[in-house]
Design a protein around this ligand. Structure first.
Ligand code: TYD
Length: 208
């Protein structure tokens, strides 16, 4: 039986990775076979591309940046995501093609359709069964509220206007691909946020 492919999306510092960890633990306890991965990265080749993408000492033009994300993604799809879904596992990925739509398509102004075309392999062969979008404005993110922000990668250090555009991009994606989206309004209590995710996944018949 085919497995499932679930992605987490959202702006920086909104608690995606924490919620992904909660979900993995929950599913493992329920007896599901779970594979956790992330983008950019997830394979030896893609992790090398990640190092280039996040290196703050490099200046990378938007199109080159978009192609690098696609290069990493295609390697990840072929070697990790598809083979594991075909084996019946639940693959959970921290960020995926919707981050390219938001960051490269909208924030870098390449256009959503341009980024969709570049990501032909993802759109035609490997779309998530469910994309969990943590709907939080980066201006109010938990990370900002805590005030102890250490920004060190090439995309994180972009200005507020850039991150505001990324958020706009995710909102646009959540409408454009609404069928596979689970939009989650975060709560102060992480467990409450997680309960919303579980409820949504059950309602969408992604898990039992
Ligand atoms: P990461 O440290 O994984 O970010 P986070 O902890 O916020 O998930 O760094 C990934 C960065 O790359 C993040 O700023 C988002 C960006 N990104 C894109 O611009 N396009 C993409 O397609 C992906 C997958 C990530």
């Amino acid at each position: 039986m085919k497995g499932k492919f679930i992605t987490f999306e959202g702006c920086e510092g909104v608690g995606k990775s924490t919620q992904a960890k909660f979900l993995i633990e929950y599913l493992k306890n329920q007896g599901y076979d779970v594979v956790f991965t992330r983008e950019p990265g997830g394979t030896p080749v893609a992790e090398k591309v990640r190092a280039i993408l996040l290196d703050p000492s490099l200046t990378i033009k938007p199109r080159t940046e978009a192609y690098l994300f696609v290069t990493a993604r295609n390697d990840h799809i072929e070697n990790v995501i598809l083979p594991n879904v075909e084996k019946g596992k639940i693959v959970i990925c921290d960020r995926y093609v919707d981050s390219s739509i938001a960051y490269q398509g909208v924030a870098r102004n390449l256009g959503i359709e341009y980024v969709e075309k570049l990501n032909k392999v993802a759109f035609e062969t490997c779309l998530p069964d469910c994309t969990i979008f943590i709907n939080m404005d980066p201006a109010n993110s938990w990370r900002r509220q805590k005030g102890n922000v250490i920004l060190d990668d090439r995309l994180e250090i972009e200005n507020e206007a850039f991150h505001a555009k990324c958020y706009e991009g995710f909102l646009a994606a959540s409408k454009r691909y609404s069928d596979r989206y689970l939009v989650i309004e975060p709560e102060i209590d992480k467990n409450e946020t997680f309960n919303k995710i579980l409820k949504g996944l059950k309602e969408k018949n992604i898990i039992n």
